[in-house]
Design a protein around this ligand. Structure first.
Ligand SMILES: [Zn+2]
Length: 153
């Protein structure tokens, strides 16, 4: 378990998520998804670091702008996945699994992979051909078109 301080520092080190922080006491529903994500992480050889996050932004659009995120500390190569509490309520359970897999694909592909080839292949594998990106489901062709990453590039 990371300390709250360590986890919140991960957000402070980002460019765009500095208004996010860790939810200290997840409720039962949130914990269910944390547990699902942690089990999936272990299944894929990762350490089970998943937490709920919240934005203190008052603008709703900005509060719910991420379904989740995967962050790395400056001196620690271990990925940590966060799920946005608000999006857990917005998306259907079937979609939430894909949010988790989107983030696990980041954790596996690595910090430098971004939404590039390595991430695309990993995410497609995890979602059995379907990837949720920015709240919408894509098959391989649509995803590659969206991200500007052609096959066999
Ligand atoms: Zn992503």
């Amino acid at each position: 378990m990371y300390s709250l301080e360590t986890l919140n520092a991960l957000f402070e080190n980002t460019e765009t998520l500095t208004d996010y922080s860790v939810v200290e006491h997840p409720d039962e529903f949130e914990q269910k998804w944390v547990n699902f994500a942690r089990a999936e992480m272990v299944k894929h050889g990762l350490e089970p670091h998943c937490y709920i996050c919240n934005s203190n932004h008052t603008d709703k659009e900005k509060r719910d702008r991420i379904g989740g995120c995967c962050l790395w500390g400056a001196d620690d190569p271990t990925p940590v996945i966060f799920l946005n509490w608000m999006n857990l309520r917005i998306f259907e359970p079937s979609e939430l699994e894909y949010i988790v897999w989107h983030e696990i694909a980041h954790a596996i592909a690595g910090d430098d992979a971004g939404h590039g080839e390595q991430w695309i292949q990993t995410a497609l594998k995890l979602g059995d051909g379907i990837v949720l990106h920015a709240g919408r489901p894509y098959t391989e062709n649509g995803l590659r078109e969206l991200l500007g990453v052609p096959a066999n590039a």
